[in-house]
Structures are given as structure tokens and as C-alpha cells.
Design a protein around this ligand. Structure first.
Ligand SMILES: Cc1cc2nc3c(=O)[nH]c(=O)nc-3n(C[C@H](O)[C@H](O)[C@H](O)COP(=O)(O)O)c2cc1C
Length: 181
């Protein structure tokens, strides 16, 4: 698909089909994420793909209970991708401190959007998940508690007919200008 068409086609998916996702397709999505640019090329990410049903169910039960239960729809996603924000390299860290910019979050955002758009191109739906019990996710997957997990991706096949209406976006005139603020 042409890039802009693909971007227009993508919507957050919160209702998935009970159909496993082929590892080959997940590998293509990971490759798209791997090739993302990052500040000082520090590539501060690691992806844990949870596609084992038993483990995924356990993860979802723990990650989306209590105050996080608004995301319990993730339980029907056949795959959850856990994105670990790894340490940036020295240059990106110093540059980030000097500028007061969390470059690693920008980097993670680009890599995840690469993943998400690639998934869409393969006919797979995704939802970015930022509201989850991080401590529980770390403990179930053996991620050291001193690491940071900022985002998860719910992934799976979906029925396009069942998608909700589109989320509105601000018009270009409100979010962009030429040559001055
Ligand atoms: C960083 C980030 C975190 C998000 N966290 C959640 C989440 O926890 N639960 C959820 O249902 N959607 C989440 N979303 C999806 C947004 O709600 C969604 O992208 C937005 O409403 C626009 O809708 P669209 O993706 O269908 O265009 C998140 C999106 C981003 C980029």
C-alpha cells in the first residue's frame, strides 16, 4: 500500500479474531522496528513477543486488572509485544541531559510506529497500550525491575467491519504552519 493510504487505513484495534499470528509476519514487523532511526543510532529497545497462549493469558490477567482493567480487551489479542526501553548510548544520554529531551522515548515511538504500520500492511491490527501494570509485566517475563517498559503492543487479526468510527484529527491549519509559529 502507498504510505499515506496505509497510514489512513490504520486504526487502533480493540477486538481481535481468535486466529494465531504467523511468526514469519511478526518477524517482518520486528524487522521494520529494527530499522527505525534513533538518536545517535543508540537503538534503545528490546521487544519481547508473547505469543504462547498460556503465558499471554497469565500476562494479561496480571497486567490489566484493577485500575488497568480498561485495557482488559487485550486478553483477546493473540499476541502482546512488550517493548523495553533500554539504556541509550553515552552520546544520546549526554545530549538528552543537555537538551532536557528524552530521546529514548522518541526513538521507541518511531520503532513502535514502524512495527504498527508494517503490521497493518500485513493485514494485522494493533493497539498501542500505555496503561498497564508494569511491575506485573516485568515479574512475569523476568525483566529486571530496574528496566523501564513504557509501551506494549496488542497484535492480531481483526474484522475491519467491526472497527469503531474514526478518531478525529485536528485540521492541518491548526497543527502546522510555514515559517513562523
Ligand atoms: C503512547 C500511546 C499510548 C496508548 N495507550 C492506549 C491504551 O492504554 N489503551 C488504549 O485502548 N489505547 C491506547 N492508545 C491508542 C490511542 O487511544 C489511539 O491511538 C487514539 O485514540 C487515536 O485512535 P486511532 O489509533 O484509532 O487513530 C495509545 C496510543 C499511544 C500513541
Amino acid at each position: 500500500m502507498a504510505l499515506l493510504d496505509l497510514i489512513k487505513h490504520r486504526k487502533s484495534v480493540r477486538d481481535f479474531l481468535d486466529r494465531p499470528v504467523e511468526r514469519e509476519k511478526i518477524m517482518v514487523c520486528l524487522e521494520a522496528a529494527r530499522l527505525a532511526p534513533s538518536a545517535c543510532n543508540s537503538q534503545p529497545w528490546k521487544f519481547i513477543v508473547v505469543d504462547d497462549k498460556q503465558l499471554k493469558d497469565k500476562l494479561c490477567a496480571a497486567a490489566f486488572s484493577g485500575i488497568y482493567s480498561m485495557n482488559s480487551f487485550c486478553k483477546v489479542a493473540p499476541v502482546i509485544v512488550v517493548v523495553i526501553s533500554e539504556k541509550t548510548n553515552f552520546l544520546a544520554r549526554i545530549g538528552g541531559m543537555f537538551r532536557g529531551t528524552k530521546y529514548y522515548l522518541i526513538d521507541i515511538g518511531i520503532a513502535v510506529e514502524h512495527f504498527v504500520l508494517q503490521a497493518e500492511d500485513l493485514g494485522l491490527g494493533t493497539c498501542w497500550i500505555g496503561w498497564f501494570n508494569e511491575r506485573a509485566v516485568k515479574s512475569i517475563l523476568g525483566v529486571p525491575q530496574n528496566k523501564k517498559i513504557d509501551i506494549l503492543i496488542a497484535l492480531g487479526y481483526y474484522d475491519r467491519e467491526k472497527l469503531g468510527s474514526e478518531h478525529g484529527r485536528e485540521p492541518i491549519g491548526k497543527i502546522a504552519s510555514f515559517n513562523s509559529y
